[in-house]
Design a protein around this ligand. Structure first.
Ligand code: NG6
Ligand code: CA
Length: 493
């Protein structure tokens, strides 16, 4: 009996010590957007507080310069570029991650964690042919390890503009079923193309299909009227859901994948934030994001969970100012530099495409400070596996390294190299960056971003040339060969 009691006590002690993990995955946040990353223009006090008490990484990367591939890689530990079907997903795409595939959530689940996916999904849902919006939505977060979900199926600018709670569209009425098409106009909803007079925010490029809440979207939809979200409420709905998850699971270890809609387009922040930044809707959305982070931190404090919760805040790709709507972000940008001194932005193979803020706070274990270690989001699954004592199937998570010691500041070694996926594939090793040749356009005039595509090999020495101005491929044939060979060998793995 005594032995049994001691055994049970020791189990409960281990349980009690298991850290909670919150991953705040921001959308389109740039390297220069946060006060803690040197912005003198934007006010981000809550995210700065997270940074002040944690570890701020200066050389951290998402795996891709757009959302879907970054999220796929982060959740699975396998570079999205290994698959051909992981480009920016439509809102009716079928699930990219099929049941049975290992994910970060399935690792936490094996370790006895409760885990929630809250926020933007954009990884497809349902079987081949897409999800059943009017019935049970299979092959979603619940089928790959999450214990609950409250998601936007794709992005704020893609139909259907509804929340999915676990495996159903929230608030859908049986007599008003949803139909979605990304190929042809369906139903009788007006479109931005035919009825621009009905728009309350005009598009600058794309976004001229179904009008929902006075905003043109990508894709056509019909029905689901009672289930449609209000753009101005999304941030608070997600924050409320996350806070409820934290409160409900305060006694069990939890993993929260909190993927914000902010600061992606359409940027329609709540009236509380509108016009408050002085930098247009992008700046206002950043204020709203900061407020959301503050709410989560406050909830952790009130539940006395701050000490033993690892909070990571990072972004899926770099910044973009005009991503398709006329929301005053371009006109009012003034001296704010979303990418700081880096070249490019979202969609780009240059540094601003994938070098993103990355803050790790865990007061019980992580000493505050900064780190120059090379970091990639691809390592989440192996590192979290190590954190919770679960083995990770390396044949599936083939690109993920256990970098827990770096993420928690015990070492500053980091990775030897990172892969950066955009129109061209790039690799950084130490201070050197190689961008492979590509036939794609060099510049995207709509978003006003240098994409980094070039028909020639590009090599940059980042310590001397952080803004990738001078291609030194010709002068450094050996280095060029080394990086090309390394990139090829990784992709052939
Ligand atoms: C682009 C959209 C852009 C954004 C992006 C995906 C147009 C013209 N542009 O195709 O607005 O939705 O896809 O962004 O439609 S991401 O962050 O989810 O990758
Ligand atoms: Ca994004």
């Amino acid at each position: 009996m005594r032995v049994l009691i001691i055994f049970l006590l020791s189990i409960s002690l281990v349980q009690a010590q298991k850290p909670n993990v919150i991953l705040i995955y921001v959308d389109d946040l740039g390297y220069g957007d946060l006060g803690s990353y040197g912005s003198k223009t934007m006010k981000t006090p809550h995210m700065d507080r997270l940074s002040e008490r944690g570890l701020r990484f200066k050389q951290a990367y998402s795996t891709s310069a757009t959302c879907t591939p970054s999220r796929y890689s982060l959740l699975t530990g396998s570079y999205a570029v290994r698959r051909k079907d992981t480009g920016i997903a439509t809102g009716d795409a079928s699930a990219l991650i099929r049941p049975g595939q290992q994910t970060i959530a399935s690792i936490f689940s094996k370790a006895g964690y409760q885990s929630a996916a809250i926020g933007k999904w954009h990884l497809g849902l349902g079987p081949q042919g897409g999800p059943d919006w009017n019935g049970k939505i299979t092959q979603g977060p619940l089928d790959i390890g999450f214990t609950e979900a409250f998601i936007l199926p794709a992005t704020g600018d893609r139909v259907p503009c509804v929340y999915v709670e676990n495996d159903h569209v929230l608030g859908l009425q049986a007599n008003d079923p949803i139909q979605v098409s990304y190929t042809n106009k369906i139903g009788n909803m007006p479109t931005g193309k035919d009825n621009p007079e009905l728009l309350r925010m005009k598009h600058s490029h794309g976004h001229d299909q179904s009008i929902v809440n006075g905003v043109g979207r990508i894709g056509y939809m019909q029905g689901g009227t009672a289930a449609l979200w209000k753009d101005e409420d999304i941030a608070q709905r997600l924050a409320d859901r996350a806070k409820s998850f934290l409160r409900r699971n305060q006694k069990s270890p939890f993993f929260l994948y909190f993927a914000t809609h902010d600061i992606h387009v359409p940027r329609l922040p709540h009236a509380k934030f509108l016009g408050k930044s002085g930098y247009g809707n992008r700046g206002d959305a950043l204020l709203q994001l900061d407020d959301t982070v503050g709410q989560l931190m406050k909830t952790l404090d009130s539940l006395h969970l701050t000490q033993n919760t690892l909070v990571i805040l990072t972004s899926d790709n770099g910044p973009v100012v005009d991503d398709g709507y006329m929301d005053q972000s371009k006109e009012l940008l003034a001296n704010h530099r979303p990418a700081a001194n880096l070249k490019g932005g979202k969609y780009s193979s240059f540094e601003a495409g994938t070098r993103v803020p990355f803050i790790a706070s865990w007061p019980a274990k992580i000493k505050k400070g900064t780190s120059d270690a090379l970091l990639s989001q691809i390592d989440l699954i192996a590192s979290m596996g190590a954190l919770v004592g679960q083995s990770v199937d390396a044949t599936q998570a083939k690109d993920s390294e256990n970098q827990l010691a770096t993420w928690t500041g015990q070492t500053k070694l980091g990775r030897s190299h990172v892969i950066e996926q955009a129109g061209s594939l790039a690799i950084r090793q130490g201070d050197w960056k190689y961008i492979s040749p590509s036939k794609g356009p060099a510049f995207n005039a709509f978003v006003q971003i240098e994409l980094g595509n070039n028909s020639l090999d590009q090599l940059y020495q980042l310590s001397q040339d952080p803004a990738e101005k001078v291609n030194v491929a010709k002068e450094n044939p050996e280095k060029l060969h080394e990086l090309k060979t390394l990139l090829r060998s990784i992709m052939e793995k």
